[in-house]
Design a protein around this ligand. Structure first.
Ligand code: SF4
Ligand code: SF4
Length: 459
């Protein structure tokens, strides 16, 4: 998709030196596109600044389209479709409405000028509303002038714009190995290993995944075992050592039922995967370990959720107090400073995708970042490429990110990867009362809707 101003707008601009904004409208073909057509056939006048892109439904308007429009020079983007209740596919616009709410919040978090992204319900009979909406939008964008923030990103080629030491990165401190001579620690490890060995012996699990202490990394790392005699290599997990639930999506680790050492973070992730039918209860046998290292036993699903609930204390939406404090600080900044903050963070990204690969929620068979037919966003580790990567990833995780911090711990560049997730988790909780991974019975945030979801921002 290439965004170009209609020729008439360009001609007017060069003749009058009046700023003519480039606008893009993503519209549903059943209502708004027909409304725009009606405006045309009825010879209603409106500025020629808008390039209309027709899609089957508002539910099909991917935020990657919007980001791409802005990064290719749009000064404003409007999305529009059928009024609630009128969707040709029953509920596409209800789902779109939730996503627009979250996407607007994400833009606001980033320090983006929200006036440049507008939403409207325009039916096939509302040619007059279409013409008036585009007139108003064009006037507003003329008054605002060109949108330069996204264009500045194009000049950034991935070089750090601030020294690493000057930027909060929140990488958890590396943990020294547990002293093996500590009798309490040894007893806990042995209890865990014994329970897993027994499950492998009676064949109630086909394999197990837990943690072992890596002597070279000096921190726990995942351990995959298939025989009872291997269980004595298992140790206790640390507080911030990745999330084993990601292994359930590993294409080569398909044996089931799988025994898994679960902490609170794994349990939340498993709840989300179960909500999304990506994992079934009978696929996983849970060996619960509390944050303080106590082995809580081999538990069924609900018992594990209840037993690990105490470990959520002090965390907000699953995120640590340190992450929450930094999010609060960033959100209190003026929008221009927020924009600079995220630019600084994103500029350090080298696009290694370690954050994605360590995340229990990033499990698409083919990630958008790896697709080149079509290429959804630039793959280079430059300004536009990094911006698109972080924003799209954060949006895909909205309502799903459980705050485990595995992404942040994995990032070699020290990017504060999970801060956007923490900020969006506040939106999900505030607008929809949604807490990712609180229960496997909740509906996935972006796949569900309520007919009375907020829409005060939609014209
Ligand atoms: S994005 Fe969220 S769920 Fe994924 S690794 Fe980071 S903190 Fe964990
Ligand atoms: S792990 Fe860090 S450097 Fe690698 S893609 Fe993610 S944010 Fe970028």
């Amino acid at each position: 998709m290439t965004v170009a101003a209609p020729a008439a707008a360009d001609a007017a601009a060069s003749a009058n030196t009046v700023f003519e904004p480039r606008l893009v409208a993503f519209v549903c073909k059943w209502c708004t596109y027909a409304g725009a057509d009606l405006a045309g056939t009825s010879r209603m006048l409106y500025p020629p600044n808008v390039r209309v892109i027709k899609l089957p439904c508002t539910g099909r308007i991917d935020i990657a389209f919007i980001i791409r429009a802005f990064s290719q020079g749009a000064d404003g983007v409007i999305v529009s479709g059928c009024h609630p209740g009128d969707c040709h596919y029953s509920a596409g616009n209800f789902r779109a409405r939730r996503r627009w709410t979250l996407f607007r919040d994400l833009l606001d978090i980033l320090g983006f000028d929200l006036r440049r992204f507008q939403c409207a319900w325009i039916s096939a009979a509302e040619g007059t509303k279409w013409a008036a909406t585009i007139r108003d939008f064009t006037e507003e964008m003329r008054a605002l002038g060109p949108y330069t923030a996204m264009r500045q990103l194009a000049g950034e080629r991935g070089a750090p714009v601030a020294p690493r030491a000057a930027v909060w990165h929140g990488r958890p401190a590396r943990r020294e190995p547990e002293p093996s001579a500590d009798p309490a620690t040894r007893a806990r490890s042995e209890a865990l290993a014994g329970a897993i060995a027994a499950a492998l012996t009676d064949k109630s699990i086909a394999a197990a995944v837990g943690w072992t202490l890596s002597p070279t990394l000096r921190r726990p790392r995942p351990l995959w075992i298939t025989a009872p005699e291997e269980a004595d290599r298992l140790g206790l997990p640390g507080d911030s050592d990745g999330n084993l639930a990601r292994l359930l999506k590993h294409p080569q680790l398909t044996v089931r039922p799988l025994g898994m050492v679960v902490r609170h973070a794994e349990m939340q992730a498993l709840n989300v995967l179960r909500q999304e039918s990506q994992v079934a209860e009978q696929d996983v046998v849970l060996f619960a370990v509390a944050r303080d290292g106590r082995f809580l036993g081999r538990l069924d699903w609900d018992a594990a959720v209840a037993a690990l609930a105490a470990d959520a204390e002090g965390r907000v939406n699953g995120f640590s107090p340190e992450v929450e404090a930094e999010v609060s600080r960033v959100l209190a900044l003026p929008s221009a400073e927020r924009w600079d903050y995220w630019r600084t963070q994103f500029a350090r990204c080298i696009k290694c995708y370690a954050c994605r690969n360590s995340c229990p929620m990033c499990g698409c068979e083919v990630c958008l970042a790896d697709k080149n037919q079509p290429q959804w966003f630039p793959t280079a580790a430059d300004g536009p490429g990094n911006f698109a990567w972080h924003v799209i990833r954060a949006f895909h995780l909205a309502g799903r990110c459980v705050g485990c911090g595995a992404c942040q711990a994995a990032c070699p560049a020290g990017v504060a990867v999970n801060l956007l997730g923490a900020a969006l988790a506040r939106s999900a909780a505030g607008h929809f009362g949604h807490h990712a991974g609180a229960s496997h019975q909740d509906l996935p945030l972006q796949a569900a809707f309520r007919t009375d979801d907020r829409e005060s921002f939609i014209k």
